[in-house]
Design a protein around this ligand. Structure first.
Ligand code: CP3
Length: 386
């Protein structure tokens, strides 16, 4: 790639690269046509950001970069404001959630913000009885096991059940738009959310979830369909309040064989992606250990496929063809080992992405809590300068 234009400074009122100004009219026409008429996002600056261009597989002035879990325990400023309570309480406080979402944007100059929330927020909001235990993850007091448990899941009305998410998204869009930084909204995919509801806690084997799939397929499909509807309603409210892209996290889909994925999971994730198609925003699909199901995850309706560190990007590109953009895929543990080890690994990811314009740099999974933010700062600089 050629030298990047001076896009690094995001502190000014309008962090817009000269190089992309000329294409604004075209891009904004595309975006305003695709977004619903009540969309509050002016669409001009972020619409032509490197992140959204790469997500649409259009040439960008530099390779965009953001990190899953860029907000969180690796940042001292996060630990300073987070407080001792449940993460669900922090998420219910729009002022705090806005601040936490902005922290990595300010520190790193990443090309996108991701809403500070969690994949269990919709199920918690409808009263299923789920909390997030620090150091463990989502825990459910009474797991989903029988048909009777379906009655514990009602439809979500995002405006009344999660008004704090709506408020946080609005505040963020107001703050990010003048910076030219898009906001990524997200939801948990039906399989990954179901795995928490059915297992009751994080699992290595997913044994109860798979027993439900194979042993009571009708009940499984009803559960997954209900969770797809929750994800759709949550994503709808995030996008209609200004999010510029969405990511569907099917973090644990790598536990499934391709036939299992195709039969029990793909139809439900495809329903979520289809419901979001009309907004004209990029749809990202991510999971860990998903090398064997990558093409199926693409076929579910993704514009961007997230790749973990196990599949080199050139191999992922061969498997997926030229259609989707790719997001990834530096091993998060290599960031822990310091810059000397990290830099060649960053360069290798960039090299393997090749000259296809659809590459969004990310880690292969979330930032680990012991990560030194100074190393991530160097990763961002290196990617932007490539
Ligand atoms: O920066 C971001 O990526 C945005 C924030 C975000 C969080 N959770 C905040 C969070 C996002 C996108 C999520 C999604 C999420 N939550 C996923 C999918 C992404 C992934 O990691 O694959 C999953 C599987 C969850 C469930 C979950 N929530 C887990 C496994 C954990 C870790 C438990 C722990 O304490 O180690 C959480 C808690 C959580 N969600 C934290 C954060 C910043 C850390 C805990 C805290 O500060 O209380």
């Amino acid at each position: 790639m050629t030298d990047p234009p001076p896009c690094g400074d995001r502190t000014g009122p309008v962090g817009l690269c000269t190089a992309v100004r000329g294409t604004l009219a075209v891009a904004s026409a595309f975006v305003t046509a695709a977004l619903p008429p009540n969309h509050p996002f002016p669409g001009l600056l972020a619409a032509d950001s490197a992140f959204l261009r790469a997500a649409r597989s259009e040439a960008a002035p530099h390779t965009p970069v953001w990190f899953m879990r860029q907000a969180g325990r690796s940042l001292p400023e996060y630990r300073a404001v987070r407080g001792p309570g449940s993460i669900l309480d922090a998420i219910a406080d729009p002022e705090l959630s806005t601040e936490i979402t902005m922290q990595p944007v300010r520190r790193y100059g990443v090309d996108a913000a991701i809403l500070y929330s969690d994949i269990v927020v919709p199920v918690a909001a409808i009263g299923f009885g789920v909390d997030v235990a620090p150091g463990t993850g989502p825990v459910v007091a009474e797991p989903f096991r029988t048909e009777a448990d379906l009655s514990r899941l009602r439809p979500l009305d995002a405006d009344t059940d999660t008004p704090y998410v709506v408020e946080t998204v609005r505040r963020l869009v107001e703050e990010l738009t003048p910076m030219g930084v898009p906001l990524i909204g997200f939801a948990g995919a039906p399989f990954t959310v179901a795995s928490y509801l059915v297992e009751g806690r994080p699992s290595r084997t997913y044994e109860h979830t798979k027993a439900l799939m194979h042993g009571q397929p009708a009940l499984w499909h009803e559960l997954a369909d209900t969770l797809a509807d929750l994800a759709i309603e949550s994503l709808r409210s995030q996008v209609e309040n200004g999010a510029s892209a969405i990511q569907l996290f099917d973090s644990w889909a790598g536990a499934l064989s391709p036939p299992e994925y195709e039969k029990f999971v793909l139809p439900h994730s495809a329903k979520v992606f289809a419901a979001m198609a009309g907004y004209g925003i990029p749809r990202i699909h991510f999971g860990v250990g998903t090398g064997e199901v990558l093409t199926l995850m693409r076929d579910a309706g993704a514009d961007v496929v997230g790749i973990d560190w196990r599949v080199p990007l050139d191999v992922a590109r061969q498997r997926l063809g030229d259609g989707p953009a790719l997001q990834g895929n530096l091993d998060p543990t290599l960031v822990l080992t310091g810059w000397d080890v990290c830099q060649p690994a960053v360069d290798d990811v960039l090299h393997r992405a090749g000259d296809h314009p659809g590459h969004i740099f990310n880690l292969g999974h979330g930032v680990l809590p012991d990560t030194d933010p100074a190393v991530l700062e160097r990763v961002v600089k290196r990617v932007h300068a490539s």
